[in-house]
Design a protein around this ligand. Structure first.
Ligand SMILES: Cc1cc2nc3c(=O)[nH]c(=O)nc-3n(C[C@H](O)[C@H](O)[C@H](O)COP(=O)(O)O)c2cc1C
Length: 293
């Protein structure tokens, strides 16, 4: 998740062992191929403890993907995901993310180039279900199925729906599963709790789920789905783990905006805790105990 999976986020997840593998936030390729050192810095928080990491790229250039993937392979990456999903106007206007969903030539050239140049990597994509209309999904799937993709992660909204309330989202995933005939569909969208995971799997028969905002709110969600329990003090455990990480390496991990963003997701924007946190100065915030006051 772009802007959210900071080094602090990754380190906290690693320390509490909350995931088995990662998909990185998108790395944008616009005008040039990033230096190997820059790619290494971006992916380091994910690969640090040897967890399987899929690197997500966002681009409209088939020419930039090959040299970038070569560098990623030399850094130990075997799994690449292409983002055709980001609905941000800035990104879409520059022919990126979901902005490519009506540009079949460009999507073809990117996927074809990767398939031609790298026979051994696992290639997957992340999509929205169209730009303006869910019916666009039929032609999109026909295109994607040509590439023998590892999986297609589908956020059921169209780009123009942004994060609007959409009825029948899981039914849309079901339609994608039917259209995908054999390619794995990973469901995304409005999966907040275990009941939602059960429901989307039951309704759509998808092959997996991708959790985003639900995981920011409850970082234990994946492990809880797997049957682990963390007790009623789990948010305290998470916040204290973050605090210890930041205190042990202030230079690397302490960033007020990033910590505040975490607190907002965990406690809620209108919570007393977040409102206190917003008012505290840096040093007090870093040491503040939200649980014994
Ligand atoms: C802050 C934020 C950052 C995101 N960054 C990415 C990203 O880098 N790549 C991506 O494929 N999706 C990204 N997404 C979209 C999510 O993967 C997901 O498809 C979407 O939020 C719907 O799922 P949800 O309802 O579980 O949040 C992001 C979502 C959020 C909220």
């Amino acid at each position: 998740m772009h802007g959210v999976m900071t080094p602090l986020f990754c380190e906290t997840f690693h320390k509490l062992d909350l995931v088995d593998s990662w998909i990185t936030p998108f790395i944008r390729l616009s005008t040039h191929t990033p230096k190997k050192s820059s790619l290494a810095k971006k992916i380091y928080p994910f690969i640090k403890y040897n967890k399987k990491t899929t690197v997500q790229l966002l681009t409209s250039s088939d020419e930039l993907v090959t040299p970038t993937i070569e560098k990623l392979i030399s850094l130990g990456i075997n799994d690449i995901n292409i983002n055709f999903a980001c609905p941000s106007k800035t990104v879409m206007n520059k022919n990126g993310g979901a902005g490519l969903l009506n540009q079949f030539g460009i999507m073809n050239s990117i996927l074809q180039r990767i398939k031609n140049d790298f026979s051994d990597i696992n290639l997957s994509i992340k999509i929205r279900t169209g730009i303006n209309n869910f019916n666009e999904i039929e032609n999109l799937m026909t295109l994607f199925l040509k590439y023998n993709l590892d999986f297609i992660a589908v956020h059921f909204r169209t780009a123009s729906e942004m994060y609007d309330k959409v009825y029948g989202g899981f039914e849309r995933i079901k339609k994608c599963v039917k259209l995908a005939t054999g390619t794995n569909i990973i469901a995304s969208g409005d999966i907040w709790e275990i009941a939602d995971i059960d429901k989307v799997c039951e309704v759509s028969k998808c092959h997996g789920v991708m959790v985003a905002r639900g995981l920011l709110k409850n970082p234990f969600l994946i492990r809880e789905y797997q049957g682990l329990t963390f007790g009623e003090n789990k948010i305290q455990l998470y916040v204290e783990t973050m605090q210890n990480i930041m205190k042990n390496d202030v230079k690397q991990y302490w960033k007020r905006p990033s910590y505040l963003a975490n607190l907002k997701n965990l406690f809620g924007e209108s919570s007393e805790e977040f409102n206190i946190a917003k008012r505290l100065d840096e040093k007090t915030l870093l040491n503040y105990n939200f649980f014994n006051n």
